[in-house]
Each structure stands twice: as C-alpha cells, then as structure tokens.
Design a protein around this ligand. Structure first.
Ligand code: SAH
Length: 295
C-alpha cells in the first residue's frame, strides 16, 4: 500500500502509513482497502498501460463488465475473485447503484478492488459516478486512464481523427437512443471540418445518419463503422452517410462497434495497416475468445 501511494503522488500519506506500519503490527496497515478504477483499453491486451497491468496483478477482487475481453481478464491475478457486473442494456446487468455500493463494501472489508472498464473510465464509462460514491464513503481510490475506443479503434482502422486538410476538431458523442430520439446539440456536431466519433451507435445508425444530413452534412460525407476494433475480429465497413446504414446491415456487424464520420475516413484507403481479415487471422482465432463479455 505504501508503494501504491507513492505511485499515485500521495507521498505524505505514504510516509505516515509507513510510520504506522513500523509502529503497529503490519496486519493493521495492510488491511486498508482501496479501489482502482482502471481503463482496460479497447480490447487488445497489447494496449493496456503498465499501470493497469501492475494493479491487475495485485488486486484481490476484479469487478468487470462486458467490454473487458477474456485475454485481458486472463492477465489479472490468478487467485483474485472475479465479479461480473454486466452493463446497461443487458438483462443480467447489476444496477449502477449496486455496483457503486459493492465497491464501497469490498474496500471496507480491506480488499484491493480493481474496477476494470473498457476503454477509458472517464469517457462514457460512468467512472465519475462510481468514484463519487467512494468519496462519500471515504474510500481511497486511484484512476488509471485507458486508451478510449475512439483513439484505439481509429488507429487500427487507419483513420487519423484530425488532419490538417480535413478536420480541425473531433467530437466524441453517444449514439445511445432514448425513446427513439437523441438528446444532442446537432449544430455543434454536424460540421464538415470536424470528425465525429459515435460510441454505442449501431442500433441508432440509420437515425444518426439521417440527423447528420438534416443538420447540414452532405449525404456523400464519408463514414465508417468498425466492429471489434483493435482485435483479430476487427472489421471495417466504409461508405457515406447515405450508404452506411444499409452496408452495416448487410455486413451483420456485432457490437461493440464504433462509427466515424468525416472526410478523414477517406484516408483509410492509403493508411489502413491492420488487416486481420486479409491475413486469415480471423479464421484461425476464436472471435474475441469470449463473445459473452461483449455487448
Ligand atoms: N469507456 C469506453 C466506452 C464505453 S461505451 C471507452 O472509453 O472506450 C461502449 C462503446 O464503446 C461501445 O458501444 C462501442 O461504441 C465502443 N467500443 C468500445 N470498445 C470497442 C471496440 N473494441 N471496437 C469498437 N467499438 C468499441
């Protein structure tokens, strides 16, 4: 625990803890629980951070959801307890409030709890809500950033999110439908000099494309949808706002998928470097090794 405090910049606390450990019996100090809120990246274990891996290997309990792939879970401490909490839209999902309280309870039992999330915990990850509850209950925690889907998936699809000639800004938006509509500031989003990255958009794809055209983008604006980005089962479908919904439907894509809209999508033709489809890698590997863990 002392080393962990130093790594997260809490030197004063670390020194106090060390003093306490020398003074008292070590067991007292060691029983202090903590929560690590860790981003696991988009799925490929190569994209974990060293910090994530270090904490994965020392945690007593792993609380994970669907986006965390099996190869990543396999890198966690072997004898750690594993708790699957699912995610929204999943019938078996544990409600968010219950997850928040579970983290508090486990930490108060003195456990080192790893809350493992896909991508980055602070980007469409509800990480903020989880640590708010920890703060309320005085549970110590640290947050480990992860490669968010937009960054990881764009790299592996060969689509730079900004480019001096095509896009001066990027917007990360959620395509999650609420009562069949989007609660979105379309004027700020639908701009031809901006790349739009849409998370959770597979279901709403036709409505999303329609809305973007209605709010000013041309129907021939390039767009791509990427399934299982960064993984051997990655598939990239490209088209434009008019054609993408039908192309995606024909391809029978499986979640998770990420949508990228903007002129930068054209660059994939030249820059696409990761082509697992063409190398037969897909056929020789089990898709994601744990499809159950993906939405
Ligand atoms: N916190 C996560 C996002 C959680 S929301 C992050 O920072 O990436 C879940 C959405 O992320 C999915 O619906 C999908 O749109 C996107 N996503 C996550 N992993 C992905 C992957 N490997 N390929 C494509 N999209 C992915």
């Amino acid at each position: 625990p002392v080393a962990e405090m130093v790594f997260s910049g809490r030197d004063v606390e670390a020194e106090q803890q060390l003093d306490a450990m020398i003074r008292d019996s070590a067991s007292h100090a060691i029983s202090r629980g903590e929560v690590y809120l860790v981003g696991a990246g988009p799925g490929n274990p190569d994209l974990l951070t060293f910090r994530a891996l270090r904490l994965m290997q020392q945690a007593d309990v792993i609380v994970y959801d669907r986006l965390v792939s099996q190869p990543i879970l396999d890198m966690c401490r072997r004898d750690a307890d594993r708790v699957y909490v699912g995610k929204e839209r999943d019938d078996h999902a544990v409600p968010q409030e219950e997850i928040n309280m579970m983290l508090v309870r486990l930490a108060k039992e003195g456990k080192r709890v790893l809350r493992l999330k896909g991508g980055d915990p602070f980007i469409f990850g509800r990480g903020g809500e989880e640590i708010e509850t920890l703060v309320e209950h005085g549970v110590p925690f640290q947050v480990v950033p992860g490669i968010t889907a937009a960054a990881g998936v764009a790299s592996y699809a060969g689509i730079p999110l900004t480019h001096r000639d095509y896009a001066q800004s990027v917007a990360f938006v959620t395509g999650h439908l609420k009562e069949n509509t989007f609660n979105m500031n379309w004027e700020g989003i639908a701009r031809k000099d901006q790349t739009i990255v849409i998370y959770m958009g597979l279901k709403g794809l036709p409505l999303l494309c329609e809305a973007l055209i209605k709010h000013g983008l041309t129907a021939d604006m390039p767009a791509a949808i990427i399934q299982h980005g960064t993984l051997p089962t990655q598939r990239v479908i490209t088209g434009d706002l008019a054609t993408l919904p039908a192309l995606a439907e024909q391809a029978g894509l499986k979640a998770p998928t990420l949508i990228i809209v903007g002129n930068v999508v054209k660059l994939r033709e030249k820059l696409g470097w990761y082509q697992p489809e063409q190398h037969g890698e897909q056929a020789s590997r089990t898709p994601l090794e744990a499809p159950d863990h993906l939405p």
